[in-house]
Design a protein around this ligand. Structure first.
Ligand SMILES: [Zn+2]
Length: 145
């Protein structure tokens, strides 16, 4: 992926991906931000995980979409799908050790620094507003507001 000067007059900067599609921006900083996010997403998607089947002991190489498919498989209608941002928690809570095992994801889950992955949260209940910080990987509550 790269940033190029726009040639068709719609915007000023254009982010062109490897598959030929493109996104147009007026500001170069916006184009750079977009490129950063897309690169991160592509990297996550290109990752492969060595997964062991607990039943047969066979090993497979799975991509992130396959990991997500297993986590979100056969769930109730109230289930909220896990995605690229929280698959570590989803895998360790719902799949790991029961059907499949993945050392790499387990390691991420147990050896991360919660504060490095802190994410703000906010919700309302019984007319009160709650906010603070929680870990984006294991969901641990770090600080309440
Ligand atoms: Zn954590």
């Amino acid at each position: 992926m790269e940033i190029v000067r726009c040639t068709n007059g719609v915007g000023v900067w254009e982010v062109v991906s490897d598959n030929g599609s493109s996104q147009v921006f007026d500001l170069r900083s916006d184009a750079e931000n977009f490129l950063k996010i897309m690169t991160k997403t592509y990297k996550a998607r290109a990752q492969v995980f060595l997964v062991q089947d607990m039943g047969t002991n066979e090993s497979y190489l799975w991509s992130l979409p396959q990991i997500l498919e297993e986590i979100n498989k056969d769930r109730s209608s109230e289930w909220t799908d896990y995605d690229e941002s929280d698959y570590v928690e989803g895998w360790c809570e719902w799949v790991e050790g029961e059907y499949f095992s993945c050392e790499e994801i387990k390691k991420k889950y147990h050896e991360h620094d919660c504060w490095d992955n802190a994410q703000p949260y906010e919700f309302e209940e019984h007319g009160r507003r709650y906010h603070g910080w929680e870990c984006g990987i294991c969901g641990k509550l770090l600080q309440t507001g």
